[in-house]
Design a protein. Structure first.
Length: 339
C-alpha cells in the first residue's frame, strides 16, 4: 500500500512529497535532490536547457514527456530508449512504435552541459525524468502565470543509473498501443506498479502533442477489427473530420487536442467524454469504472487538481525498474554505453 502525503490542491503550492512503499525494483534508492552534494546545479542545468528550447519551439514539450514514458515502459526508467542501435543489435529507438520519437537533441544538450559541469555524475535516465517534468511545467503556463523561474509542478526523485541494454523487440512487446483495449492497458500499467487511476491520469499526457495519421486512421475505416464498420467508440462526426485530414498516402499530423496541442490542461478529458479522443486507447478509458470516473471528475475540478494528480503518478511511474547504487552506469554519452 502506498503512503501519500498531499499538499492542498492549489496552483500556489508547487511542490508535494510522496513516499511509496514499493519493492526494490520500484524506486529503492531514489530521493529528491539526490545530486545536492555531487552536482548541486544539476536540476537547474536541465531546467535551463529545456526552457531554452521551449522558448524557441513550445511543441518540444510533448516529445520530451513521451521520451520518459517510452523509457519507463521498457526495462524500466534506465535510459535505454536513448541508446543507438549497433551492428549486432537493433535498439528501442528504432522499433516501430518509437520511430516517431523526438526531443533527443534536448537530452543530448542537457547531458553535454552536465558533463562539463559535473563529469560522470548525472545519469541520462534522470535527465529524462527531469526534462519531462520541466516540459510539463512549461506547457501548463504555470511558471509564467506565477512569475516563477525556479519552481516546477512536482519534485522529481533522482538517483537512477543507466542501463546497458536496449532491444527493439522489447519495445514492440511492452509499449502500450494506441489500439489497446482497457483490459490490456490496465495489465500493462499494472506491470509497472501503476493502477487504473494512474492509467487515467497519465493518459492526460495526450493533452499536448500531435500524432501521425497512421497511428489511428485504421479505427476510422469500415474494416476496423474485422467486424465491419468504423470503431464504434469514436464519434461519427469526429471520424469524418479526421478522415478529411488524413488523406490516403499522406504523412499528415493531427493535434491530440485540436487548437491546444502545446497547452497542458484538462481539455483532453472533455474530448474523451465526448467520444473525441484520438486513439482507441483514449476511448477505452470510458470502459472501466475507475478510469471513467476520473474522466468525469476532471470535468468538474480545477486544472490544479489534475496537475497534482499527474505529478503523483509521474513520480510513481518514475520508480519502475530503476537501477540504483552500483547497478548500471552513468553514461558519458546518452546514446552509447561507456564500454
Amino acid at each position: 500500500m502506498a503512503l501519500i502525503k498531499l499538499l492542498p490542491r492549489c496552483l500556489f503550492q508547487v511542490a508535494f512529497s510522496i513516499s511509496f512503499l514499493l519493492g526494490p525494483t520500484l524506486g529503492g534508492g531514489l530521493k529528491v535532490r539526490f545530486y545536492d552534494k555531487s552536482c548541486p546545479q544539476a536540476e537547474a542545468i536541465v531546467r535551463d536547457t529545456v526552457n531554452s528550447y521551449f522558448s524557441q519551439d513550445p511543441t518540444v514539450s510533448a516529445p520530451l514527456l513521451r521520451l520518459h514514458f517510452h523509457d519507463c515502459f521498457v526495462r524500466g526508467c534506465d535510459g535505454s530508449v536513448l541508446l543507438n542501435s549497433t551492428r549486432t543489435n537493433k535498439a528501442e529507438k528504432d522499433a516501430k512504435p518509437n520511430q516517431t520519437l523526438d526531443g533527443f537533441y534536448v537530452i543530448d544538450a542537457a547531458k553535454a552541459a552536465l558533463e562539463k559541469a559535473c563529469p560522470a555524475t548525472v545519469s541520462c535516465a534522470d535527465i529524462l525524468a527531469l526534462a519531462a517534468r520541466d516540459a510539463v511545467s512549461l506547457a501548463t503556463g504555470f511558471r509564467k502565470k506565477m512569475n516563477l523561474t525556479k519552481e516546477n509542478l512536482y519534485q522529481v526523485e533522482t538517483g537512477r543509473r543507466d542501463g546497458f541494454l536496449s532491444k527493439a523487440t522489447e519495445a514492440e512487446a511492452h509499449l502500450p498501443s494506441s489500439d489497446d483495449n482497457i483490459a490490456i492497458l490496465k495489465a500493462n500499467f499494472a506491470s509497472k506498479g501503476l493502477d487504473s487511476r494512474d492509467l487515467a491520469i497519465l493518459s492526460g499526457a495526450h493533452a499536448i502533442g500531435t500524432s501521425h495519421c497512421f497511428s489511428f486512421e485504421k479505427r476510422l475505416h469500415h474494416h476496423y477489427n474485422g467486424r465491419g464498420g468504423a470503431d464504434p467508440t469514436v464519434h461519427p462526426r469526429y471520424a469524418v473530420e479526421l478522415l478529411e485530414k488524413c488523406r490516403p498516402g499522406n504523412s499528415t499530423v493531427v493535434e491530440m487536442v485540436p487548437g491546444s496541442s502545446t497547452t497542458f490542461d484538462t481539455k483532453y478529458y472533455e474530448l474523451v467524454a465526448r467520444r473525441r479522443g484520438l486513439f482507441h486507447s483514449d476511448a477505452a478509458l470510458m470502459e472501466d469504472e475507475v478510469t471513467r470516473g476520473y474522466v468525469y471528475s476532471s470535468l468538474k475540478l480545477p486544472a490544479s487538481s489534475f496537475f497534482v494528480d499527474f505529478g503523483e503518478s509521474m513520480i510513481k511511474m518514475g520508480k519502475a525498474g530503476v537501477l540504483t547504487g552500483k547497478s548500471g552506469e552513468i553514461r558519458k554519452n546518452c546514446a552509447l554505453v561507456n564500454h
